[in-house]
Design a binder for this molecule. Structure first.
Ligand code: GZL
Ligand code: ZN
Length: 339
């Protein structure tokens, strides 16, 4: 199939690649390599990434790029700079260029039906990674590989439940709730929704816990800082910060320390991603629980793309391994995170 397609459309693809490189180069696409014109039959994968909003994201991108290079897969990379419309444009470019497989990280769950229908009409299989999509016809994509955000949220909820046993016992008499602030990820993204849902599921039957503030910081450190300035002004007595990613947590810690509030002591902090800076904060006692969300999915993504290009089956849903790091663990055992 690849060989047939390659011989018929070699000139077409070469011209299209030139056009594609020109139009993508504006949004930070990887420069076309001379090898793109080599007459090999290397697999060509279009990869639409949402942006570079966090250390997690840049590690995820690097993981895919390194894995493609290691396998001799030609990766046409597009950075959508946090805009869904840029992702749709990039996917359309991949279709025009007739890549063998499309891999994309859907920034939000909705709005993909039409462009995925176009990919299917062009006979190009689609692998969804990291974040999930809602489409009317699930057969519009071959499968998903990523992290289990519902489980990440549940782990955060369980940590909070286990941490406040004393205050929970007193709740019957004091009626003093355990107050929670939530730094929400990108609105409409499956991972923020999953984390929020899992967290609330665990605490649902415990009225002693009250989420008094929940706003989106869009996974950005700068917005995590801004929201913390706001909620620290609004509330005197916050017991817990549940943050959907370490970037926002680091911003909130900065705002707390500016006010002489001791993160991890005056306010318990549970955070998700497990980038190095969060593990360092765990070691310093500035956060109390770090839930890993594994960004290093590149090798598995490329393996699945190769299977799709060969017309082979791939699992519909594949989760990657993840840990939870607690302040009570032997933190010297944690390997350098690499992001
Ligand atoms: C999670 C991923 C999230 C990370 C953030 O799978 O989509 O996006 O938690 C990143 O750091 O910005
Ligand atoms: Zn309870």
């Amino acid at each position: 199939m690849i060989h047939m397609k390659w011989s018929i459309s070699k000139q077409f693809r070469t011209i299209m690649f030139l056009l594609l490189t020109c139009c993508l180069v504006g949004c930070g696409a990887q420069k076309g390599k001379s090898s793109q014109f080599e007459e090999d039959h290397g697999l060509i994968v279009g990869f639409s990434q949402i942006g570079a909003e966090s250390a997690w994201r840049t590690c995820n991108t690097r993981s895919v790029q390194d894995a493609a290079a290691a396998q001799g897969v030609q990766l046409v990379y597009d950075n959508a700079e946090q805009k869904q419309e840029n992702q749709i444009k990039a996917i359309r470019s991949f279709i025009a260029y007739q890549v063998d497989v499309i891999v994309f990280v859907p920034i939000v769950t909705d709005g993909w039906d039409n462009v995925l229908q176009e990919a299917r009409d062009a006979g190009i299989p689609v692998l969804v990674t990291d974040r999930k999509i809602e489409v009317a016809d699930p057969s519009l994509y071959a499968g998903f590989i990523g992290t289990d955000s519902l489980k990440e949220g549940r782990n955060a909820g369980q940590f909070v439940l286990d941490t406040f046993t004393e205050k929970r016992k007193r709740f019957e008499q004091t009626k003093e709730p355990i107050t929670i602030v939530e730094l929400f990820g990108t609105e409409g993204s499956s991972v923020a929704n999953g984390r929020a849902e899992g967290f609330r599921e665990v605490l649902a039957s415990h009225p002693e816990f009250q989420i008094i503030y929940s706003k989106s910081g869009d996974f950005l450190r700068s917005k995590g800082y801004e929201l913390a300035v706001e909620f620290l002004d609004m509330y005197e007595d916050i017991d817990v910060i549940f943050s959907h990613n370490d970037g926002m947590t680091l911003g909130a810690i900065e705002a707390m320390e500016e006010r002489g509030i001791r993160p991890g002591k005056d306010i318990v902090i549970v955070t998700i991603d497990a980038q190095q800076a969060a593990i360092d904060a765990l070691r310093e006692g500035k956060v109390n629980c770090v839930i890993e969300c594994n960004p290093k999915t590149g090798p598995e993504i490329i393996r699945l793309a190769e299977r799709l290009a060969a017309g082979q089956y791939i699992p519909r849903l594949q989760y990657v391994h993840e840990e939870v790091f607690y302040e009570t663990d032997d933190l010297s055992l944690i390997e350098p995170r690499g992001y």
